[in-house]
Design a protein. Structure first.
Length: 157
């Protein structure tokens, strides 16, 4: 089963190479602590590999995605995404939309006016002990973190 990947930008703008800056823009990770949810396909995996020293990523589960959509989903004009708006525009509730999304029948762009990224807060109780310069495998924050991305997202909502 193909999964969805959640990518969170950890580092800011300073001293970025042009190619890396470009890739982050293509991923729609404009600022620090921004999160996007993308399909797990070779195109995105290549882009993630390129910016691996600036982001953390892993497989997101449907429960965390639903929380992200309800709490941090924004429409144009900084308006929050509401259940009424979703029902009116797509004929789905949050639960139904999340199920369709994970079955690859619907995409975020199917909700008119929804921004394709989520602005998160810095994580409650901070990042892991290794800080934002080390990979996750060595106790830091950056890089691939499998299912543990869900815990981080919940702390950042």
């Amino acid at each position: 089963m193909n999964k969805r990947i959640s990518i969170i930008r950890i580092k800011g703008e300073t001293k970025l190479k042009r190619t890396i800056k470009q890739t982050l823009l293509l991923l729609r990770l404009y600022k620090k602590h921004t999160c996007v949810v993308v399909p797990n396909n070779p195109n995105y995996v290549g882009m993630i590999t390129k910016v691996k020293d600036y982001v953390t990523w892993g497989e997101i589960d449907s429960e965390t995605f639903k929380l992200l959509l309800e709490k941090k989903g924004k429409l144009a004009g900084k308006k929050p995404l509401t259940a009424e708006y979703l029902k009116e525009k797509t004929k789905f509730t949050f639960d139904e939309f999340v199920k369709q999304f994970f079955d690859f029948k619907k995409e975020l762009k199917d909700i008119p006016g929804l921004k394709p990224f989520f602005r998160l807060n810095p994580p409650v109780k901070g990042f892991e002990r290794g800080g934002i310069k080390k990979p996750f495998s060595l106790g830091g924050v950056l890089g691939y973190r499998k299912e543990k991305i869900n815990d981080l997202i919940k702390r950042m909502i």
